[in-house]
Design a protein around this ligand. Structure first.
Ligand SMILES: C[S@@+](CC[C@H](N)C(=O)[O-])C[C@H]1O[C@@H](n2cnc3c(N)ncnc32)[C@H](O)[C@@H]1O
Ligand code: SF4
Length: 385
């Protein structure tokens, strides 16, 4: 399966509010008690302009992605305002992907049509499970029926539709995930994200584990569920093109996320958003102020939301290119990396990891084999030492 053209330029918009905080979620999120947040929206619009004034921007946008939090809490008119500003400031290439992460609750025909009318052409819906007991465990606001209705409504608008699922729950057996996976694939979508549950320290689940009230899934079973997911999706014509992402064909892949994995340039606006872009000819890691109030203040006082801009040296760039690029099933062009950075992979270590079945090499491309997909960070460290 081929990939969209490498790199590209994207804009990420972080909307940090959620009506309820899920017990597993470790994103930069805040309970939404008042709605509206026009001050934050105004700051986001100003921040888009602020980025353009300060950065060496590589041309029009290939993608715009609304993530969160719950950006589907924004009204279609607010979404349209962001898209319009992005268009005025940077412009879009023809066929640019404009995507929105949406929660299934209250995602009816009217809202879907509103989002499509605002310019969204891809909806990524956080279904998480089609089993009501599991949804309850995950603290979700919707049930399976509501998720199915939301997916149907979204499909009717003609937008590309993807669904997120979480598996590897503490008590999930291989047979229950096997059924969950079949139910998910029976939806007939062209793109899925299947994420293994991670239990993060600061979350409600993290606290329960610490207190001994919740036991994470045993590692061996996690590996079995991952392999089952790979086999079943491949058979259904939806092979993984990235560790957790599956598409029926290259055009269905998440183009915005490909920019991250292929180490392209993107800017991030909204509280805590990250970016990677060139500032005075050097690649920088950019980080916006974390809390919504601090972010809004930063934009008002300095003209943009970035509070940390770190110049990346060659070692940082090699590390990022490897750890992001190896997530892709098609792997990484090591000649391109060498030309860009002067870095050559250590031949002996590479040979060893190939012999052990973790990596494969095909001409100038190296890729991680299924056995190594849960160990990418460790493999990158081995290649760099
Ligand atoms: C930014 S999040 C949330 C999007 C949206 N607010 C929702 O909840 O549907 C994007 C996706 O990350 C996944 N996710 C978040 N936390 C996770 C965790 N701890 N383990 C595995 N997947 C997680 C979920 O599948 C979620 O849909
Ligand atoms: S999973 Fe989605 S809805 Fe739940 S807290 Fe995280 S961002 Fe909010």
């Amino acid at each position: 399966m081929g990939l969209a053209s490498p790199g590209g330029f994207g804009l990420y918009v972080h909307w940090p509010y959620c009506t309820r905080l899920c017990p597993y979620c470790d994103f930069n999120i805040y309970r939404d008690r008042q709605g509206g947040h026009d001050d934050l929206l105004a700051a986001i619009l100003a921040d888009i302009k602020g980025h353009k004034e300060r950065l060496d921007v590589p041309g029009p946008l290939h993608s715009l992605s609304f993530g969160g939090g719950t950006p589907s809490l924004l009204r279609p008119a607010q979404i349209a305002a962001v898209i319009e500003t992005a268009d005025q400031v940077f412009g879009f290439v023809p066929e640019a992907e404009i995507s929105l992460e949406a929660n299934p609750d209250r995602l009816d025909m009217d809202r879907c049509a509103g989002f499509a009318g605002a310019g969204i052409n891809r909806l990524s819906i956080g279904v998480q499970s089609l089993d009501d007991q599991e949804l309850k465990f995950l603290g979700r606001d919707h049930d399976a029926e509501e998720a199915r209705r939301a997916l149907e409504a979204a499909a009717k608008t003609g937008m590309r539709v993807s669904a997120d699922f979480i598996y590897d729950l503490p008590d999930q057996s291989v047979s229950s995930w096997s059924k969950g996976l079949d139910d998910a694939l029976a939806l007939g979508l062209q793109h899925y994200s299947f994420y293994a549950l991670t239990i993060e320290p600061g979350t409600a689940f993290g606290l329960q584990v610490k207190k001994g009230r919740l036991r994470p899934a045993p590692e061996e079973r996690s590996a079995d569920l991952y392999i089952l997911t790979q086999e079943r999706t491949a058979k259904a014509g939806l092979p993984a093109y990235e560790v957790s992402n599956h598409a029926s064909k290259p055009e269905e892949q998440a183009r915005h996320n490909l920019i991250y994995w292929q180490s392209g340039d993107w800017i991030g606006v909204g509280p805590g958003a990250h970016g990677r872009a060139s500032l005075k000819g050097q690649r920088h890691a950019l980080e916006a102020a974390l809390r919504p109030e601090a972010y809004t203040r930063a934009v008002q006082e300095t003209g943009w939301g970035v509070v940390e801009a770190t110049a990346l040296d060659t070692q940082d760039i090699i590390m990022e290119t490897l750890s992001m690029g190896l997530r892709l099933r098609e792997g990484l062009d090591i000649m391109a990396l060498q030309t860009k950075t002067g870095f050559t992979l250590p031949a002996e270590k590479l040979h060893e990891l190939i012999e052990e079945g973790y990596l494969a090499k095909d001409g100038a491309t190296i890729r991680v084999r299924t056995k190594g997909w849960a160990l990418i960070d460790r493999l990158v460290l081995e290649l760099l030492t």
